[in-house]
Ligand binder design. Structure first.
Ligand SMILES: Cc1ncc(COP(=O)(O)O)c(C=O)c1O
Length: 364
């Protein structure tokens, strides 16, 4: 299949990857330079893979400004595994609790998984309002026994995003799955920041964790090795066979991000792309309804709907015919969702914007 046949893929994840990265994978797939074999075939203990892992880590450190007292881990199991592993390591068998801010489906799921491991206190829950916003700092009351305050930086399903981190007195633990590398962050505010790869980093199968040394130290010694962050960190993500292909693609994507000018430049581009869509939506006199409150609208996942489900269906069908695909909203929110991650080109967003304006005019 040729490049011209590619659609604009608005999938929430696994999601669009940068075309230069896909081409590089294609170019190197049969034979990794200097290796005589494919990345899919070489040992994780080989010199070549060691270099890829080291470069992927160096890129993450550089792009996010990760201080030296943080470990960078590439683990498996997706984000969901870490919903349970985090409390398993930091609150199980302690007299501490995890404080959770529930702003949508993903933080809700995380709190519910955490409950299987220890004391969880949901200190703010946006359910009654329909998950349309994040809490303000004055609404967050950290409990005395809190080991950490957990939040989801960007709720992928509802399209709700924190503009800045919650301002709290305890370390933050953050699920940044659907926004990592979309903007600069101050890692020093975090005990742990983690993200599954398949939205803004690489393919499904690798999960990136950035963990402060005191959290690594605090983690469970008594746990089976694969569940202990301490043991995983001691072996530099190589306690067992790591997701080698995913780490390789992460290296390529982070190389690409550096070429694009880093996270400040990506942030500016992402804000501009999101503005194209939200301005169009706001210009249609209520034809499109955005799920979240205006101040909390995500610049990664634009979640919206029309006045009824039939029209939503028509929207998605007509969009697909124009090669604008995977626009159906999540089943819990319905309507449409346009995921416009780093790798979604501006032309794709412009094409969607133009279609949205045209569709609104014809169906008002
Ligand atoms: C914010 C967020 N957290 C967690 C997940 C779950 O990740 P995984 O499927 O890798 O477990 C997703 C998406 O699938 C997500 O969007």
């Amino acid at each position: 299949m040729q490049e011209e046949e590619r659609v604009f893929n608005f999938s929430a994840g696994p999601a669009v990857l940068p075309v230069p990265v896909l081409k590089k994978i294609q170019e190197e797939l049969l034979c990794l330079p200097g290796c005589g074999a494919s990345i899919l075939e070489i040992s994780h203990r080989s010199k070549q893979f060691g270099e890829i892992l080291a470069q992927a880590k160096a890129n993450v450190r550089e792009l996010l400004g990760v201080p030296e007292n943080y470990k960078i881990l590439f683990l498996q199991g997706g984000a969901l595994t870490h919903f349970a592993m985090l409390p398993m390591n930091f609150i199980r068998n302690t007299n501490k609790s995890g404080n959770y801010l529930v702003t949508g489906n993903w933080s809700k799921k995380s709190a519910s998984e955490a409950k299987t491991q220890g004391a969880v206190k949901v200190i703010w829950d946006g359910k009654e309002e329909g998950y349309v916003r994040k809490p303000t700092d004055s609404e967050i009351n950290i409990t005395d026994d809190a080991a950490y305050c957990y939040f989801c930086a960007n709720e992928t399903i509802e399209g709700i995003q924190y503009q800045s981190e919650p301002n709290v007195s305890v370390p933050l633990v953050c699920d940044a799955s659907s926004e990592i590398f979309s903007r600069p962050v101050n890692i020093e505010k975090y005990g742990v920041l983690f993200a599954c790869a398949q939205k803004n980093v690489g393919p499904a199968g690798v999960t990136l964790l950035i963990m402060r040394d005191d959290f690594v130290e605090m983690s469970g010694d008594d746990l089976p090795s694969m569940f202990s962050y301490k043991k995983l960190a001691e072996k530099d993500s190589m306690l067992n066979t790591p997701p080698t292909f995913g780490i390789y693609v992460t290296k390529l994507v982070t190389d690409w991000l550096k070429e694009q000018g880093g996270l400040k430049a990506m942030h500016e581009r992402n804000l501009e792309k999101a503005k194209l869509l939200y301005d169009a939506i706001d210009s249609t006199d209520g034809f499109y309804i955005v799920h979240g409150n205006k101040e909390y609208r995500s610049f990664m996942n634009v979640s919206f709907r029309t006045r009824d489900e039939e029209l939503d269906k028509k929207f998605q069908e007509e969009a697909k015919a124009l090669k604008l695909t995977n626009l159906a909203g999540h089943r819990s929110v319905k309507g449409e969702r346009a995921s416009i991650y780093n790798a979604m080109p501006r032309e794709g967003v412009v094409a969607l914007r133009d279609f949205m304006l045209d569709f609104a005019k014809k169906n008002a």
